[in-house]
Write a protein that binds this ligand. Sequence first.
Ligand SMILES: C[S@@+](CC[C@H](N)C(=O)[O-])C[C@H]1O[C@@H](n2cnc3c(N)ncnc32)[C@H](O)[C@@H]1O
Length: 350
Amino acid sequence: MDDNDTPVRGSDNMVSQPSQNANSYDIIDIGGSKLRDYLLAALQRDFLNKKDPEVPYVSDIFTSSDEGLELWSTITSLPTWYQTREEIDLLRRWGPDIAKHVRPGTSLVDLGSGDVKKITPLLECLEAQEFGVTYYCVDLSRASIAHGLETLSARRYRHITLVGLWGTFDAAKLYLDQIASPRFLASLGAEIGNDTFDSARADLASWAAKMRPGDQLLLGLDGTRDKTKIWKSYHHSDVHRFIRTGMASVNATLPSPWFRDEDWVLDGEIRTYPEEFSHRFFFTALRPVSCPEAGVSFSPGDRFECCESHRKTPAEMRVIFKACGLNEIQFWKSPVGDMYEYLLVLQDEP
Ligand SMILES: C[S@@+](CC[C@H](N)C(=O)[O-])C[C@H]1O[C@@H](n2cnc3c(N)ncnc32)[C@H](O)[C@@H]1O
């Protein structure tokens, strides 16, 4: 996890130095420097002290370490990793249409910006519209934000101002109040609303509660139901390595390291209940694992889950949108697969 102690200049505003002749940018600490507290709270909520039959769960936020994000960039180029390729194809094909919904002076807030590969086609379309837009990239990883902004600043945009927001989505929700201009929230790569029906509804409702009339939410979600394609994408050695790097972050967050690779086998499953189509990874203990200092104790055969990911059809998503006060004004489908981009506003907006 990029939880470094970089000195902060000014109040909470960290100013980075982009290379010569490129756009300048700021990275604002909206709580990223206190990431360990957030991670610990996530473990206390989802992983530690679970009573039967609850299965302990490790959130995918633990894969956002420097090592994890480096691996992520490799994964997104794998031939089997269709998710990134199909969404980028969508954004290249439909970027000009999507950009037409963005008005002058808008603040584009990219939730979980990662390596900025996906947002770039949209930024290119916005630049071509020749009016001012501010691009805020939100991420847990400061290294990722700095790398992303450095990449974008080299493009020397004339109409796009670049700002990094280092912190969690919850912190970004609060920061939205400070942005007076219309906000265009972008969740690419299923960052939000990627959950069971009830949790997805609660998640999207919490974003809807922060939206004002005139704001928009662009929601990218995977609707693929091809089990072989999904399985092949997740069960590649690089992806398994990526999942295991998340456990190194869990070790670093708890008071004592307890997870050793050799004690655990990693596998996955696709669940197809009437109201759910999901994939999740799980680790199964090969031998007793006990670490009182970290608060964990597992018997051989015990398991815990991680990195859950859901697939919903547009019809299923529409039920959720309606239930959380959002109105879909348009949606776009990837020209090469079942990846969707939904454009949402508050209900009852003209
Ligand atoms: C898997 S990458 C995807 C990046 C990009 N959205 C894409 O689709 O290619 C997820 C990114 O979101 C960030 N992220 C995940 N959960 C987050 C949270 N709760 N708050 C802030 N950033 C988060 C991670 O650090 C990571 O860079």
